[in-house]
Ligand binder design. Structure first.
Ligand code: MMA
Ligand code: CA
Length: 214
């Protein structure tokens, strides 16, 4: 702006050429720095696209490592389950209750599962649904607050009952009076009632408490 004012006030061609030179120089400098910036921008673009590629590679490496970490964690959990040193005075894992020479896991009070789900839970604890052999064990297994699944279910035949270890029920068992009655023709699993220490056949899809043994 100052230049325009000066120029209009001057008729000196030397001065004009002086300003032209200055502008030419300025334009040259600006053009040069624009070209430099353009170059720098292009380099940054390339750099950024290289980084994006590198990130993709790292991401996939991370995913692989994370997956193997999760697998190891699972394995560790499994090993920890067995790690508890069992001694004669403390033969059961933490959270398990000893009764005679066996260890029992009683499901949490608020939890209930179908017979199959209960069995799966026990198997995940490296145990199985309880097999009851004595009246004393039945009394122990009975839960005062809820009905309890045990490891007994109907076999191939209507009157055949199988324990989870594959053996058949021997003898009379501990059936409630009038049981098993296969009510509605859909009662293939056995529970211990809330009030009486006796068995009842019930639909396997009912959800009850459960007791594991190992
Ligand atoms: C009755 C009795 C049982 C049967 C259940 C099913 C409450 O007991 O018939 O044998 O299993 O009903 O709910
Ligand atoms: Ca029944």
């Amino acid at each position: 702006m100052m230049a325009t004012v000066n120029r209009s006030q001057s008729s000196d061609t030397n001065t004009i050429s002086h300003w032209d030179k200055k502008y030419a120089n300025l334009i040259y400098e600006i053009t040069k720095s624009r070209d430099e910036l353009t170059h720098e921008r292009d380099q940054l673009k390339m750099y950024s696209s290289n980084l994006a590629e590198e990130m993709e590679v790292l991401q996939s490496q991370y995913d692989t490592v994370a997956a193997s970490r999760d697998k190891l964690q699972e394995e560790l959990n499994r090993l920890n389950l067995n790690r508890t040193v069992l001694s004669p005075d403390k033969p059961c894992r933490q959270g398990w209750i000893q009764f005679n020479n066996k260890c029992y896991y009683l499901s949490a009070a608020k939890e209930s599962k179908t017979w199959e789900e209960s069995r799966k839970d026990c198997q995940e604890r490296e145990a199985d649904l309880v097999i009851i052999t004595t009246k004393a064990e039945l009394e122990f297994v009975k839960r005062s607050s809820s009905v309890t699944w045990i490891g007994l279910s109907r076999g191939e035949q209507q009157d055949e009952w199988k324990w989870v270890d594959g053996t058949n029920l021997e003898g009379e068992g501990f059936w409630e009076d009038g049981e098993p009655n296969n009510n509605g023709g859909i009662e293939d699993c056995v529970e211990v009632a809330r009030f009486t220490a006796a068995w009842n056949d019930a639909p396997c899809n009912n959800t009850f408490s459960w007791v594991c043994e190992h």
